[in-house]
Design a protein around this ligand. Sequence first.
Ligand code: ZN
Length: 306
Amino acid sequence: MRREHKCRNVAFVMMIAVLVAGLSGCGAANDRQSDIKVPATNAPTGDKQTTPTNAPTGDNQTTPTNTPAVTNAPTDTPGATSTPTPTVAPTPTEEPELGKLVVIDAGHQRKGNNEKEPDGPGSTTLKAKVSSGTKGHFTGIAEYELNLIVAKKLETILRERGYRVIMVRDTHDVDLSNSERAEIANKAGADVFIRIHANAHDNSDVHGAETLCQTKNNPYNADLYAKSRRLSETVLNALCAECGCKKRSVVETDTMSGINWCRVPVTIVEMGFMTNETEDRLMATEEYRNKLAKGIADGIDAYFAD
Ligand SMILES: [Zn+2]
C-alpha cells in the first residue's frame, strides 16, 4: 500500500520535472532531470533470514530426519532465439552439499542398567546393558558428565565445520544400552560413530589417551575393521597432538557391545584416565575439554580427508 503511494508521488515529481525541462528546453535542465534521484525504492529489508536452527538436537531420536531429497538442478537450455537477448549468466541454484553424518555417543548415563544384553548380534555372551562409568578420583566428577560436556563441545565444532550431527543423548537421564546406542548410529546411517569415554586404572600412574575398535577377525563386523581402525588412528593422533597428552595406542577388541553391534565405522575414545591426578584435574578444566573436542574433530576431519 504505502509503496504504491510513494511510487505515485515519485511519478508525479518526475512528470513535473519533465515538464519543467521541456519548457526551459535547455540541456542543463535535461541534465538536471537525470539528477533527480529516484529514491531507491525500499530495499528489501530483512534479507537475512533467521538462521535455521540446527536440525536434530532432540534426545535419542531413533529416526534421523535427514534425508534431504536430491533435487535436480534446473536444466535450463537457452532456447535458440534469434533476438540477441543479453544472456544473463544462469544463476546455478546451489545445492547445499550434505555434510558427513557424525553420530556422537556420550558414554554412560546417570543411572547404569545392569540388565544383560548379548555383546553382539546373535551372541550368547551377555554383558550389562550400560554401566554408569568411572569418576574422577581427585575431582569427583562423574565420567558420564565429563563425556557429555566434551560430546557437546564436539557437536558444536563439527556443526561449525559443516558436519551433520546426531547426539545419542544430550541429557544424563536416559536408559540406553550399548547395543541401542549402536543401533541409533546404524539406523541414522552414520558416516562415523564416535563414542566418548574416559578411562580408569588401578595404577594411578597410568595416563594418556587411547582409542578402541574391533579386530580384523571380529565375528560381527570385520568388514568395518579397516575403516574403524583408520578412524581410531586419526582421532587418537589428532587428539594427542592437540592436547599434548601421552599417546597410548589403538586397542583392538571384540569384547565391546557398543562396537560389535555397529554396522558403521566406529571408535571409542578414551580421553584420559580419571584415576590419574594430572589428567583428572586437566579434564576438569574448560580449556582442556575444548582441546579434547577440537582434537577429536581434527581427527574426524583427517579421516574424511583421505
Ligand atoms: Zn566409559
